[in-house]
Every structure is written in structure tokens, then in C-alpha cells.
Design a protein around this ligand. Structure first.
Ligand code: P6P
Length: 323
């Protein structure tokens, strides 16, 4: 069923029509954000917003615009009860929660520090459901995600989605604006010789991560007996897409001098969605000690260490954390 449109793909599925509406709204938000990113220089949107978000990060104008587009467009979905956004401290309740309503967790514009230098950025999202009428608990572990995905604003705009079985890649067709199925059933190659980590933070890594990276760098002269390559694009969406396409392992460890902070990446709208995608594509996703989607959240903006990608490499790293 390749080259079908996202609309046809969804309407031929057995998904709840209200979830189809929501996924379509998410895709529409990403189309609008893609246009805003591409025209940022002409619309004066590339600069800083002069504010900081709940993460303490300087917000870009496009961070706020992207968040507002998600809120504006997705609020049309009749069964969407709440939004949990990287850019907003509080949970945004759109209606009194009823059993079966949807909860949307999203990072509206991930990697926005790349905007000023014209490098890839993306949007990340995950959907869970309200279990009981009136239940306002949004802190549910990642195994409850029913849908996850991302948009990658790169040389082409892609929309990668899973609704709990396969991982499907859609490309936005220039001109029509349709997302067309171009990368069906994406799978992470089990083996890889490519790792992604911000190597400037070596001094903050715990021993298991240092051991793993040192072995990769030793390459054919060390225990791995083959050369390794490194990539770092400062955009989680771009890293994950590369790993889905050709394999690899992505690491963002916690700082050894501040483990309680959990590292940089957020559980609910970065680690969890990507973990669902990577696991359903045959890879693995762990903190080093625990599968990411098994974590019971303590807060909507909780940070966790992230190791995900080709299964054999993640399993090796997990074994190093347990020795
Ligand atoms: P560093 C972007 O800010 C982000 O949240 C991820 O998209 C990316 O993988 C990481 O942080 C980049 O971190 O240390 O390179 O700034």
C-alpha cells in the first residue's frame, strides 16, 4: 500500500475516527510549522523570543509559534481532553476528561537552536487516553501510548507515525501538501557501527557510557574489532530518523554530578514517543537501567537518560550498566 496518502492510510485503518481526526490535526500542525520554518527568514521568525520556557531554555519565536499552531489546530479534535507541551508549564485542559478522550504530549519544535544555522528541526508527539471520567492524571507510563510520531523538517518534510504496530514514513509532497507513504514499515537495522552523542560532555559521563564510547573510538584496534563512526546533529528527531533509516545508537546520558536531574531529554514528549517508535521498529530504548517506556512519570517535564537505537548496541550498553 505504498504511495498512499496519510488520509487514505488512516481511513482504511480500523482506528477510532476521533483518533484519525487527531492524527490529521497533528499532521496539519506539522505542515503549517514546516512552512513557517521554511519562510522564517522572510517572516522575521528566526530569532529569539526574548523569553525562557519551563525548561529554562531560551525560546525561539518559532518555538512559541509551533506550540500555538499545535494548540490552535489540535483543539478542533472533539475528543482531545488535554495538551502537555514542552513549551507550557501547566497541562492545558480543553474539556472535562471523559473515558476514552485523548491526551496529546508534544515537543512542538525540537532542536530549535538549529534554526539560525539552517539545520534540521522537528516536532515530536505521543497520544494516550483518559481511562475514567474525570481522571486528570496525565502522568502515565509510556506503555500506555496508543500512537507516537514525529515530523522532520529537513531537505524534505517527513511525518513518521506508529499507531501501535508498524512504523510508517510519509513524505510531504511539494505542491499538493499531501503526506504520501514513501517509507512503509521502517525497521532499525539490528547491527550498527555509528553512535550519536554530544562528546563534549565526556567528563560528565558515568563509567558504562565512557567504556562504551571509548571502545567505539578504539574501533578496529580494540575489543569491537571494527571502526565506528560518530554523528551529532543537535536534533533528536534528525538522529532518530537517521537511526530508523540506517541504524545507529543515540545517547543522552545523565550527568554523573547531577544524576537526579535525569539528563537533558524529557520523558513524556521526547523519550517516550521515540522509544515507542524505535521498539516497534525492532530496536531498543533504555535509560541504561530501565526500558524507557516502563518509567512511571513523576512530572510532565521529567527528564531521563536516553539510550536508544540498534538493539545489539543498546543491549551491550545495558550490560555495561549492570556490571
Ligand atoms: P546538545 C535539542 O535541544 C535537544 O533537546 C535534542 O533535540 C537534541 O538531541 C539535544 O537536545 C541536543 O543537545 O547537548 O547538543 O545541546
Amino acid at each position: 500500500m505504498t504511495d498512499t496518502t496519510l488520509r487514505r492510510y488512516l481511513t482504511q485503518s480500523v482506528l477510532d475516527p476521533n483518533l484519525i481526526f487527531l492524527i490529521e490535526d497533528i499532521a496539519s500542525s506539522c505542515r503549517v510549522i514546516a512552512n513557517s520554518v521554511r519562510n522564517g527568514a522572510f517572516e522575521g521568525n528566526l530569532g529569539a523570543a526574548g523569553a525562557t520556557n519551563v525548561q529554562g531554555e531560551a525560546q525561539k519565536t518559532l518555538d512559541i509559534l509551533a506550540n500555538d499552531e499545535f494548540e490552535r489546530i489540535c483543539s478542533n479534535s472533539p475528543r482531545l481532553a488535554a495538551l502537555v507541551s514542552e513549551e507550557v508549564e501547566e497541562v492545558t485542559w480543553l474539556k472535562e476528561p471523559e473515558a476514552g478522550d485523548y491526551l496529546l504530549y508534544f515537543d512542538p519544535l525540537d532542536g530549535s537552536s538549529n534554526l539560525d544555522v539552517n539545520l534540521s528541526v522537528g516536532s515530536i508527539f505521543a497520544v494516550m487516553q483518559v481511562e475514567e471520567d474525570g481522571d486528570r492524571n496525565v502522568l502515565r507510563n509510556g506503555r500506555n501510548q496508543i500512537c507516537a510520531g514525529y515530523a522532520l523538517y529537513g531537505p524534505s518534510t517527513m511525518f513518521v507515525l506508529t499507531v501501535g504496530d508498524k512504523v510508517e514514513g510519509f513524505t510531504c509532497q511539494h505542491g499538493t501538501g499531501d503526506f504520501r507513504l514513501t517509507h512503509p514499515d521502517m525497521m532499525v537495522p539490528a547491527e550498527t557501527s555509528e553512535f550519536a552523542i554530544n562528546a563534549s560532555r565526556y567528563k560528565y559521563w558515568d563509567e558504562p557510557v565512557r567504556r562504551y564510547i571509548d571502545e567505539c573510538i578504539a574501533g578496529e584496534d580494540g575489543v569491537r574489532a571494527r571502526p565506528f563512526n560518530m554523528r551529532w546533529t543537535a536534533s533528536m528527531v534528525a538522529e532518530i530518523h537517521r537511526i530508523l533509516t540506517r541504524g545507529g545508537v543515540f545517547l543522552y546520558p545523565a550527568d554523573s554530578n547531577n544524576r537526579d536531574a535525569g539528563g537533558k531529554l524529557r520523558l513524556m514528549y521526547e523519550a517516550n514517543p521515540m522509544a515507542m517508535i524505535i521498539e516497534l521498529a525492532g530496536g531498543a530504548a533504555s535509560t541504561g537501567l530501565t526500558p524507557i517506556m516502563d518509567i512511571d512519570p513523576t512530572g510532565p517535564h521529567q527528564r531521563v537518560p536516553v539510550i536508544l537505537g540498534s538493539r545489539s548496541e543498546v543491549e551491550r550498553l545495558v550490560s555495561y550498566h549492570k556490571t
